[in-house]
Design a protein around this ligand. Structure first.
Ligand SMILES: O=c1[nH]c(=O)c2[nH]c(=O)[nH]c2[nH]1
Length: 322
């Protein structure tokens, strides 16, 4: 029997980064969990115990903190991920690709009655949700270190939502295994995982010796600006489309609501190529109180429910621009 190495990628994960950007008395903050993985001419580190090709994962962590301190793009997860990926591929001749994933935790300004501005407090924040923004970046230098290509996927994980009506599930396939009762009114709850992709972008290689430069190619308003990942409004529009569609849709199924959410994100974001959702159907079962002669089962009378952790349905799909 013989076998060979067919894939190899390594790096650091769960690098926890908190950064303050001070603008006078106004503080801007971000909290990121960063993963940075590298590919390239590293096979011998696996096959021949040759560590000379290994940029230590400890160094990868150190670089993440170094750029968190020095990158002018730290407040944007997309730009910071692209900056970090560009650095690895530019700095190390034998590293051809970098895969950077950033999970951004929520911190929003506290609003204090009669104090500060409408934007909220200048330096006090709270965690206003357990959903995370997720940005996945691949920086590919395999066609040449001056021909860097960036591939970006971004989205949201763990956005928990529930609606107490406006959801039905009827006319599904019936056979001897179908025990589920059709309902024209039910609870619909899901924990949204959303991701959307942009067309690959070309990235400018750093021109300085230390390879720390990262130039955002074109800003909004500049000639040739293509939107794409540089459009900082995409995350807010995608979150709003998800929440609003969920709220107002008269849902025939998780599938049908998912499709409407994805359609709206594609329609509203010219640079988004495809949208994927993974929606667990978190079941809430009306408690049967017939043994006490109490009706808690007919939809209009169903008031007490048992939330079910497992199993849940899991509805997924990708909608791609034609
Ligand atoms: O919206 C739904 N989609 C399904 O595919 C499904 N299957 C099921 O049992 N309940 C539901 N609900």
């Amino acid at each position: 029997m013989s076998a060979e190495l067919t894939a190899a990628r390594y790096g650091k994960t769960k690098v926890r980064v908190f950064r303050i950007v001070r603008d006078g008395k106004w503080h801007n903050i971000v909290e990121y969990n960063v993963e940075a993985l590298l590919e390239g001419e590293i096979a011998t580190s696996y096959t021949e115990a040759d560590n000379s090709v290994v940029v230590a994962t400890d160094s990868i962590k150190n670089i993440t903190y170094f750029l968190a301190k020095t990158s002018p793009h730290i407040l944007s997860a997309e730009k910071f991920a692209l900056h970090l990926g560009t650095f690895f591929v530019s700095k190390y001749a034998h590293i051809s690709k970098a895969f950077v994933t950033i999970e951004q935790l929520r911190w929003s300004r506290i609003h204090v009655d009669g104090e500060e501005s409408a934007e909220g407090h200048s330096h006090s924040f709270y965690r206003d949700g357990n959903d995370k923004r997720v940005v996945k970046v691949e920086v590919d230098g395999s066609a040449g270190k001056d021909k860097l290509v960036g591939k970006v996927t971004a989205g949201i994980n763990d956005l928990l939502v529930l609606k107490s009506t406006g959801s039905a599930f009827e006319n599904f396939y019936r056979d001897e295994y179908a025990t589920l009762i059709e309902v024209n009114d039910r609870i619909f709850s899901t924990s949204v995982d959303l991701s959307y992709t942009f067309a690959p972008i070309s990235l400018r290689a750093p021109t300085d010796e230390k390879k720390v430069e990262f130039v955002v190619p074109l800003q909004k308003g500049e000639e040739g600006y293509a939107g794409s990942v540089w459009d900082e409004e995409v995350p807010a529009r995608a979150r709003k489309a998800t929440l609003e569609t969920f709220a107002v849709d008269e849902s025939a199924s998780v599938q049908a609501t998912l499709y409407k959410m994805a359609q709206r994100i594609v329609a509203e974001n010219a640079s988004v190529n495809s949208v994927s959702y993974a929606l667990p159907n978190k079941h809430y079962i009306p408690v049967d109180l017939r043994y006490l002669n109490i009706d808690n089962l007919t939809p209009a009378k169903a008031e007490v429910f048992m939330p079910v952790d497992a199993p849940s349905g899991l509805i997924t799909a990708t909608v791609t621009r034609k």
